[in-house]
Design a protein around this ligand. Structure first.
Ligand SMILES: Nc1nc2c(c(=O)[nH]1)N[C@H]1C(S)=C(S)[C@@H](COP(=O)(O)O)O[C@H]1N2
Ligand SMILES: [Mo]
Length: 395
């Protein structure tokens, strides 16, 4: 992990500027004030080996469907080299018929597409650090994107394999090689069998994806095959998927058994006691104006995103913006489709006075739940879901 440095760049310029600029890059804390306001790059790059980058906020809110150039990348190891002819997805464990499927054989299953938002459990981690420092990629609000995913239903593949009695979880394993002190491991995840099989007409429980926004997946996003699990944290959507194991228990892989849990003290007992995170929480963020932007007194345009929790059926009901520390709230207009598992883009016009120094957003869902005013700090800086604040310089 590369720590606190971040640069905002255009993907095309990315290698040269990353190398040339490495010594003089500002620290996140130095530029978190306003750099995003006037830059035109697609991604804010936190590290290049492995690649970790988040969407430029001003661009993210331009479209409900996030273009791939603007879509965050979170990888724990370099993109693996995969021979497409030799590639096989294997399915084993508690199944009647273990499978070994080539890409062609996979394509023979029925094809489905769905729109779903992917977000990293660490999105907004930098706000945890304002409470107490946390390690990990210092994501701001851009580790999120919404895309159309196409491929085959996980449930179809599991039905073909035939679930045995006792099948409770499906494990996923990537073909990447992550260096840990214990040795090299693949990125792994698992989901409950009920989620894997829970297809509705509008939304598959999980999709074995080969295309993103109608184009073949690129290497950064998991080519040739990745899992997409709508409603779950990004870490459950394993990229470069090579193996699935049906089991009676959650995966023992580090990223299920140890990481991606909410722990406060981080004692071995607490790590063992806590359950893996599956769903993403209700959340929202202001994308425009950028943090630290200079604005004139009077009416200003504010825009951003809101994300329902990963609970099936939860949608965004309304989004509110305050310019006066939460004394009064203006309802935002929702400018995109409103669906479960998908973000909503919103905008609002609010009046700011000379004394107002920040904007706040909070969202409320179809069950009447509102984001909490503050978030619980946790060791790994996951699921920061408090009201989002953006500081302003009001003139
Ligand atoms: N094999 C593999 N899959 C992975 C990861 C990884 O490092 N290796 N990162 C996970 C995490 S933490 C996230 S948030 C999402 C990010 O997906 P993206 O890079 O396509 O945005 O992929 C997940 N799948
Ligand atoms: Mo993530």
């Amino acid at each position: 992990m590369t720590g606190g440095r971040a640069i905002l760049i255009d993907r095309r310029r990315f290698l040269t500027s990353a190398l040339a600029g490495a010594a003089s890059l500002p620290l996140l804390s130095e530029f978190s004030r306003s750099v995003l306001a006037d830059e035109t790059g697609d991604l804010v790059v936190h590290g290049t080996s492995p690649m970790n980058a988040e969407g430029n906020l001003a661009k993210l809110v331009e479209s409900w469907m996030t273009p791939v150039e603007n879509f965050y990348i979170r990888s724990h190891a370099p993109v693996p080299k995969i021979d497409l002819d030799a590639f096989r997805l294997t399915v084993e464990g508690l199944v009647e018929r273990p499978l070994s499927l080539s890409l062609r054989e996979l394509a023979a299953f029925g094809q489905y597409s769905t729109v779903a938002t992917m977000t990293c459990a660490g999105n907004r981690r930098s706000e945890h650090s304002l409470i107490k420092p946390v390690k990990g990629v210092p994501w701001r609000e851009g580790a999120i994107g919404n895309a159309k995913w196409s491929g085959v239903l996980l449930s179809d593949v599991l039905k073909k394999a035939g679930l045995k009695d006792g099948a409770r979880h499906v494990w996923f394993e990537g073909l990447d090689e992550i260096e840990q002190s214990s040795g090299i491991i693949p990125f792994g995840a698992s989901i409950p069998i009920e989620k894997a099989m829970s297809d509705t007409e509008a939304m598959p429980g999980a999709l074995l994806t080969t295309k993103m926004n109608d184009a073949p997946l690129n290497g950064d996003h998991g080519a040739p095959l990745r899992m997409v699990v709508p409603g779950y944290i990004g870490a459950r959507s394993v990229k470069w998927l090579g193996k699935m194991i049906v089991s009676d228990r959650p995966s023992p892989n580090h990223y299920v058994a140890t990481a991606y849990k909410l722990v406060e003290d981080g004692t071995p007992v607490e790590w063992a006691e806590q359950a893996p995170i599956y769903r993403m929480p209700l959340n929202s963020a202001i994308c425009i104006p950028a943090s630290g932007a200079a604005v004139k007194r009077g009416e200003i345009q504010v825009s951003g995103y809101a994300l329902p929790s990963g609970r099936p059926g939860d949608t965004i009901a309304f989004v509110e913006v305050s310019a006066d520390a939460g004394r009064s709230w203006t309802k935002a207009e929702l400018n995109s489709p409103v669906r479960d598992f998908c973000w909503v883009l919103w905008s609002a016009r609010v009046r700011v006075n000379a004394a107002d120094s920040e904007l706040i957003v909070r969202s409320t869902d179809s069950r009447g739940r509102t984001q909490p005013q503050t978030a619980e700090w946790n060791q790994k800086g996951y699921l920061f879901d408090a009201w989002h604040h953006v500081k302003l310089q009001t003139r």
